[in-house]
Design a protein around this ligand. Structure first.
Ligand SMILES: Cc1cc2nc3c(=O)[nH]c(=O)nc-3n(C[C@H](O)[C@H](O)[C@H](O)COP(=O)(O)OP(=O)(O)OC[C@H]3O[C@@H](n4cnc5c(N)ncnc54)[C@H](O)[C@@H]3O)c2cc1C
Length: 818
């Protein structure tokens, strides 16, 4: 057995073998090893139904699936090993208008990624799938390019391709322990000896948490039981085969939560049942190869009935076999692909519930990340660090069962799922609830999304179109614009970076200059090596060698891990986590100064308290740091405080603010207002797929300050010519739906970009979108078309910040005190 390798992949399911194949393809073949405790495919892979659905609402996962489907079609040619790819197409039915809206929104994402998807009427469905009863259908979509594959053959083909490039696979070799040596290398221990390597990839399927334990990681993966039924042959299918008719495509009735495909003259029915339990919660037995569980027909019954009424022929055949196997799950149902937190060179490729479909793309991006240092597509949707330490075992059991049972629900853009809530609440949570807050959840925190007032039901109203909360946020925005509003942003990620080396480190970590003066603020971005934007921080200089950093709540682990991994290892810089000890209340609006003046002695005039500065102030005896910034484009302050003082501050503000019109507002109003200011958001407008110049963040990039992470690549990208530019678009003629992001932007029918976000701007009374377009379409005045729920609307490029372009309101230029 080899004693050294560059990379050791643990796990010989389709996911691990694909990672090995792609590393070998990148030229590392002689230096990569895969260890499998039993036989290749002996985990979940062997019993998978092999479906390859291209459909996925996530931009990241969509690209991963597309890559896989393309790769698998070429694999047999490349390796000589058949993979059993049946390109029969995939038909998804819609039984109501909301489902059609979901397909419309999905189709826009598909168009920007380049996935072929066609809309069908019930009649066309009948033609394509003659055994389908079309009663109650409003339509459907068809993917001609997907189908199903033989998972074991696919794995063998990938293994052959990897071996052919020099990679080594050791079967019957269990990893018993993983240790880190003093030099930082990994030592992977097996009964046959140790392998010392630079990188470890964990691709251990249902064993993910067990493997994580070996290195102290609490991996957010627990499998759920998943069943499918194989039936006896049906005479009509046999007859179709005899007639030489094409195989029927995979049929999905999302509203009945099942799929159906042909198998050996009969059918396979796969449901996503309610009440399917988690399994292996403390890890499978080490010898649990090829394990199946007892079938649960009761759980299958409603789906069998639904399938029988949709496809009566299915009800006419006997059940041959039921498979009930473990399928790995994460709390949101997407896999985790990328670096582990807190560890160097330890990679996770786990939590795959559509692992046959995702294996190709996951291996491709991991190999890019490991060999080249960065992935090439936006991986936020599958980032391992999108979950935090709140994802305990109990949390995972509840959320993973929920994710499984929600596979076929309508994926509304504003959906908020109920399991494990509330988990973390800000101290003002109950007060906000009493004021009508309708909450959402981010990174475990409850945050008011909007406020139900004037007798409205305190319940969300999910939709792809303008819904009940549209009018509610109109009122919230109006109050922030005319009076003053309060927003709870306690969920922000917060930390302190301090020590003698802090300034030097941060200066080379972010692209902007650091605030020079104590109390100064800067918006700064940490790029990746390719010059794309990885993280965004508001940085407050607290002292010569101490900086307070605020970033998006959803990216707490991601941002902090990225930062900590770049820190020098000589103890000259210290990191302090402050997220759970510090709260943030934002007061914004023209009367925010009047309000604060009533509760603090600090001089808040423009001269004494300038925009983009901060000061320690006292509110009702509670210390707070007031930062004169906000994300809504009004005069305002973020009040950062120790959590134990939150309600003191909250109560003082509301006691003082009634006659000023102080009212709370939520995240959705904030989002509308940030669009009107063309403020970019990480994860949509800002991503590693686009350079900082493409996102038009030039004013936050100081290339003349000296070296910083990503500088060289950023400058090179500019020299080579930018591929995209971010623009603000005014969308005309819409009445009940706005862009949601991932909308195709076209010119004369050709896709020339994608909207990254969109919504309604109440202060300017216009529908807006932000989007990435090819530079030749970025000039102000250019008219494009934007696709919203399958209708095309004119979209005109307008100057950034259509509301208050000179920032007069947030700088408060009319203030008498200025
Ligand atoms: C009933 C059913 C139907 C499914 N249908 C589909 C489908 O139609 N389409 C689709 O895309 N997906 C489907 N899936 C999901 C799919 O099977 C999985 O996503 C996929 O197989 C995951 O592959 P993997 O390589 O991550 O895990 P696995 O195939 O489980 O491989 C992990 C491997 O790691 C090995 N291992 C673990 N610990 C160690 C250790 N310490 N040392 C060495 N080796 C170790 C295990 O022995 C195992 O072989 C289905 C799943 C089920 C249960």
């Amino acid at each position: 057995m080899k004693s050294h390798a560059k990379v050791v992949v643990i796990g010989g399911g389709v996911v691990g073998v694909s990672a090995l194949y792609h590393l070998a393809k990148k030229g590392w073949g002689d230096d990569v090893v895969l260890l499998e405790k039993a036989e290749l495919t002996s985990g979940s892979t062997w019993h998978a139904a092999g479906l390859l659905p291209l459909f996925n609402m996530s931009y990241s996962v969509g690209q991963i699936h597309k890559y896989s489907v393309n790769l698998y079609q070429e694999l047999e040619k490349e390796t000589g090993q058949p993979v059993g790819f049946s390109k029969v197409g995939n038909l998804r039915l819609a039984m109501n208008d909301d489902r059609m809206d979901e397909y419309y929104q999905y189709a826009a994402t598909a168009k920007t990624i380049g996935i072929d998807v066609r809309f069908l009427t019930p009649k066309e469905i009948k033609k394509l799938w003659p055994l389908c009863n079309i009663d109650g259908l409003v339509g459907g979509i068809f993917h001609p390019d997907d189908g199903y594959i033989q998972p074991a053959d696919l794995t063998q083909a990938l293994a052959k391709g990897a071996r052919g490039r020099g990679a080594t696979i050791y079967r019957k070799t269990q990893v018993l322990a993983i240790e880190q040596t003093s030099s930082g290398a990994w030592r992977v221990k097996t009964p046959d000896g140790d392998i010392t390597c630079e990188h470890v990839i964990s691709a251990t399927g249902n064993y993910a948490r067990k493997t994580g334990e070996m290195v102290g990681l609490d991996v957010p993966v627990i499998p759920v039981e998943h069943q499918f039924i194989v039936t006896e042959p049906h005479p009509e299918i046999i007859q179709r085969q005899k007639n030489g008719e094409p195989e029927l495509g995979v049929l999905r009735e999302a509203d009945g939560s099942w799929y159906l495909r042909e198998e050996n003259g009969g059918f396979i029915l796969g449901p996503y049942e309610k009440g399917a339990p988690c399994c292996y919660v403390d890890g499978p037995d080490p010898r649990a190869e090829y394990e199946l569980f007892q079938e649960d027909i009761d759980r299958l019954a409603p789906h069998i009935e639904a399938a029988m009424s949709r496809v009566p022929a299915f009800g006419e055949v006997g059940i041959k076999q039921v498979y009930n196997g473990a399928i790995a799950y994460t709390p949101d149902g997407n896999p985790i692909i990328g670096p582990a937190w807190d560890l160097d060179n330890f990679w996770l490729n786990e939590g795959h519930s559509f692992g046959i479909t995702a294996a190709g793309g996951a291996g491709w991006q991991l190999a890019e990340w490991i060999v080249e240092g960065e992935p090439t597509i936006d991986m936020l949707g599958v980032e391992p660090r999108r979950f935090g330490d709140y994802a305990t075992k109990d949390y995972l059991i509840a959320k993973n069962e929920e994710a499984y049972s929600h596979v076929f629900v309508i994926h509304y853009p504003d959906e908020e799922r109920p399991a494990c809530r509330p988990l973390h609440t800000a101290p003002c949570y109950k007060r906000m609830k009493a004021m009508g807050a309708v909450f959402g959840q981010k990174f475990g925190w409850e945050r008011p999304n909007w406020f139900a007032t004037d007798g409205m039901e305190q319940e969300d109203d999910w939709s792809f179109r303008r819904s009940k909360w549209f009018e509610a946020i109109r009122k919230e925005v109006a109050n922030v614009t005319e009076n003053v509003g309060l927003l709870d942003m306690t969920a922000f990620a917060k930390c302190r970076v301090s020590g003698p080396g802090a300034k030097k480190f941060l200066d080379q970590f972010v692209a902007n200059s650091l605030p020079r003066k104590i109390g100064g603020l800067a918006l700064a971005h940490a790029l990746n090596q390719n010059g794309g934007i990885h993280s965004e921080f508001t940085i407050r200089r607290e002292a010569d060698n101490s900086f307070y950093l605020v970033s998006a709540g959803a990216f707490q682990r991601l941002d902090h891990d990225y930062l900590c991994k770049q820190m020098p290892r000589d103890n000259s810089v210290q990191f302090t986590q402050l997220t759970r000890s510090h709260g943030v209340l934002v007061v914004a609006g023209p009367k925010s100064r009047d309000l604060l003046e009533r509760v603090t002695d600090t001089d808040l005039s423009n001269d004494a308290f300038r925009w983009l500065t901060s000061q320690d102030i006292v509110i009702a005896d509670a210390p707070a740091n007031a930062m004169r910034v906000n994300y809504v484009g009004e005069l305002g302050w973020e009040l950062h405080h120790a959590l134990e003082h939150q309600n003191q501050i909250f109560d003082a503000l509301f006691a003082a603010g009634e006659d000023l019109g102080l009212k709370p507002f939520g995240i959705r109003a904030m989002d509308s207002m940030r669009l009107e200011k063309s403020y970019r958001m990480v994860g949509t407008e800002l991503s590693i797929e686009y350079s900082a110049y493409e996102s038009v963040m030039d004013r936050f990039v100081k290339t003349d300050k000296g070296d910083f992470l990503g500088r060289e690549a950023l400058l090179a990208s500019k020299d080579a010519g930018l591929n995209n530019l971010l623009v603000t678009l005014e969308v005309a003629d819409v009445d009940n739906a706005d862009a949601l992001g991932n909308n195709a932007l076209t010119k004369d029918g050709t896709v020339i970009g994608r909207a990254t976000g969109g919504g309604f701007g109440f202060r300017i009374n216009k529908s807006l979108a932000l989007g990435m377009v090819k530079p030749e379409y970025a000039a102000v005045g250019t008219t494009l078309e934007i696709e919203i729920l399958r209708k095309s609307y004119p979209a005109r490029v307008v100057p950034d910040s259509p509301f208050d372009p000179k920032n007069e309101r947030l700088r408060d230029v009319n203030d008498a005190n200025k």
